[in-house]
Design a protein around this ligand. Structure first.
Ligand SMILES: C[C@H](O)[C@@H](O)[C@@H](O)C(=O)CO
Ligand SMILES: [Mn+2]
Length: 595
């Protein structure tokens, strides 16, 4: 497993702040050990349960002393800054002085765990300090366990654990994005609004930079051989051994020649190396005399325009997009590079959210077709049943679906998508074996290339999401938890052949709640805000909601049950009955995190 951090910044740490009643000669002394032990147990719990994208355990930093007042609060802030803390958690079993002990750094996501005990009032501090956070406009997440514990008990109850992890994962995602780049390779693809880069969104909401290259940079690196030639030869050999070429679906007039097919493979592999090097650099390029290129763009995510100028002339980006997004390549398993097709930066960011929450690969797809039960029946004679009985949504796009999306990795015999360090060589092989590389449809892609063709296994719990920009409002996020679906293979073939069968397909159904747009599958499709979505393994809607609230991005539709939703405590001050409305009001009031 590689533990190398590929970005020019340390991995963010979580700072733990044990706060205490500062009164000496009895009170403080009696609480020092208990309070510090609580901090230690939170620190251990987080490091044992959370990993970064590269598999490294999340590191916590505990304040040098308990924090009884402003001097110790300031000393702690200084230590945290030195250590690269990006997220803070305050813990206490007792009463302490709210504004004197609180974390006041506005850009660091913060939570407070007020121990539910009786001999010393940790919960009273929690309420007091949250009131201070609310009054001062520094949103904080409040954690209050449901069941009373005895003083000195350092076990973390299940409900507290759940909230700590939800908060910490989302907080780390915020900290990971800060200062990194989105690299736009090319410009606007086919008039897709998501590929018009909105710098204000990246800068103000995510704390990110925007970097750009023209696609001629690929031509320069191809022509002048600015890539690691040893790796290229190795990659091409791996492709020949592992990437099965599928049938050509083009009519005879539109087929490319065997020679062109060969060349398309070579260009596709070179493009993959080049795109990766553009994103994160490659020390090998410095050895070739390309010191500037060796540095890369510090890109935590990127997008490739492709259509149309590139693909009208050169092989398409499908192989590059699919492999970069997957958890493996010729170098073995490794973290996916989060890479959008059609330079859809908004879908790239959605994928990045899903990736940073789960550490797994993501499936980028067009939200292509809603198939009602009646329409399926009419076309195939088949009656949709089980989870699919209310209709299905066809997710399909050439290119950027990670091969992890085949569903060929397993846990307890069930299909899953895992972080790369849990994926076995056998599972990598299964994902590759389940994928055909079909000569690209040359009506669309005049320059040829290869599209990945696979069918996602059913019964995986998944979440689709999307960020949209609305003029005058800003970014909003939509979320639908659901399942992937198995169809009888003949039914799949009939439906798939009506579109482009050379692309990967996922059949998806959202979980219906009977309310709002989740009253039926049609309404979910009908309310999707753009042509694309990002699909993540697992039901991660609640995590995305927590993350969105940290970034002040309101959620305009979701099917996550109320008790799972965890937002800063001040959100409830904007109204408790209509939580969607209060989310909008709070996000508007606080505005983007980095404004
Ligand atoms: C080949 C086509 O142009 C596709 O790329 C198109 O259907 C899309 O994916 C639009 O998002
Ligand atoms: Mn698309």
């Amino acid at each position: 497993m590689t533990k190398t951090n590929r970005y020019y910044a340390r991995l963010p740490k979580i700072g733990i702040r044990p706060t205490i009643d500062g009164r000496r000669n009895g009170v403080r002394e009696s609480l020092e050990e208990v309070t510090m032990n609580l901090a230690k147990s939170v620190s251990e719990f987080i490091s044992e349960n959370l990993s970064h994208y590269n598999g490294e355990a999340v590191e916590c930093v505990i304040a040098d002393t308990c924090i009884g007042g402003v001097a110790e609060a300031a000393q702690t802030a200084e230590k945290f800054a030195k250590e690269g803390v990006g997220v803070s958690i305050t813990v206490t079993p007792c009463w302490c002085y709210g504004t004197e002990t609180m974390d006041t750094d506005p850009s660091i996501p913060k939570a407070v765990w007020g121990f539910n005990g009786t001999n010393r009032p940790g919960a009273v501090y929690l309420a007091a300090v949250l009131a201070a956070h609310n009054q001062k406009g520094l949103p904080a997440f409040g954690i209050y366990g449901e069941d009373v514990q005895d003083v000195g008990d350092t076990t973390i109850p299940d409900d507290v654990q759940e909230k700590l992890l939800k908060f910490a994962k989302a907080g780390l995602a915020v900290a990971m994005m800060k200062g990194k780049s989105y690299l736009s390779m090319g410009s606007v693809s086919m008039g897709i609004a998501g590929s018009m880069i909105d710098e204000t969104f990246f800068q103000d909401y995510l704390g990110m930079r925007n970097e750009y290259i023209d696609m001629t940079e690929f031509v320069r690196r191809l022509d002048r051989e600015i890539y690691d030639k040893e790796e290229y030869e190795r990659a091409l050999r791996w492709v020949k051994e592992n990437c099965k070429q599928g049938p050509d679906n083009n009519s005879d007039d539109f087929k490319r020649t065997a020679e062109q097919h060969e060349e398309d493979w070579e260009t596709s592999v070179k493009m993959t190396l080049i795109a990766r090097d553009l994103m994160v650099g490659n020390p090998k390029l410095a050895e070739l005399g390309y010191g500037e290129e060796a540095l890369g763009h510090n890109a935590i995510t990127a997008g490739f325009q492709g259509q149309r100028q590139w693909t009208d002339h050169f092989p398409n980006g499908d192989f590059m997009e699919a492999i970069l997004n997957s958890s493996f390549d010729w170098n073995g398993t490794r973290a996916p590079y989060i890479f959008a097709t059609e330079n859809d930066s908004l879908n790239a960011v959605t994928m990045l959210f899903g990736h940073l929450i789960t550490n797994t690969a993501q499936v980028f797809a067009d939200v292509r077709t809603y198939w009602s039960p009646d329409a399926v029946k009419r076309v195939t004679g088949y009656e949709l049943e089980g989870k699919a009985e209310n209709g299905i949504i066809h997710l399909i796009n050439s290119g950027p679906a990670a091969l992890d999306g085949t569903g060929q990795q397993t846990k307890d015999g069930k299909p899953v998508m895992k972080p790369f360090w849990e994926i076995t060589d056998e599972e990598v092989q299964k994902c590759l074996d389940a994928t055909l590389w079909r000569p690209a449809s040359t009506e669309y892609f005049r320059g040829g290339g290869y599209s990945s063709d696979f069918l996602t296994k059913g019964e995986m719990p998944v979440t689709i999401a999307r960020i949209n920009l609305v003029k005058g409002l800003g970014p909003v996020m939509q979320i639908a938890e659901g399942y992937t679906i198995d169809l009888p293979i003949g039914v799949h073939d009939t439906l798939d052949l009506r579109t482009d069968p050379t692309w990967p397909t996922t059949w998806f159904v959202p979980n219906l709640t009977g309310e709002g747009v989740f009253k039926d599958v049609y309404s979910v499709m009908n309310n999707w805000g753009a042509n694309h979505c990002s699909m993540s393994y697992g039901h991660i809607g609640a995590d995305l909601i927590t993350l969105a609230s940290m970034l002040r991005i309101p959620v305009n539709m979701h099917n996550v049950s109320d008790e799972k939703i965890f937002r800063p405590s001040t959100w409830s001050m904007f109204g408790t009955a209509d939580r969607e409305g209060s989310d909008y009001r709070a996000c508007e009031r606080f505005g983007p995190l980095y404004r």
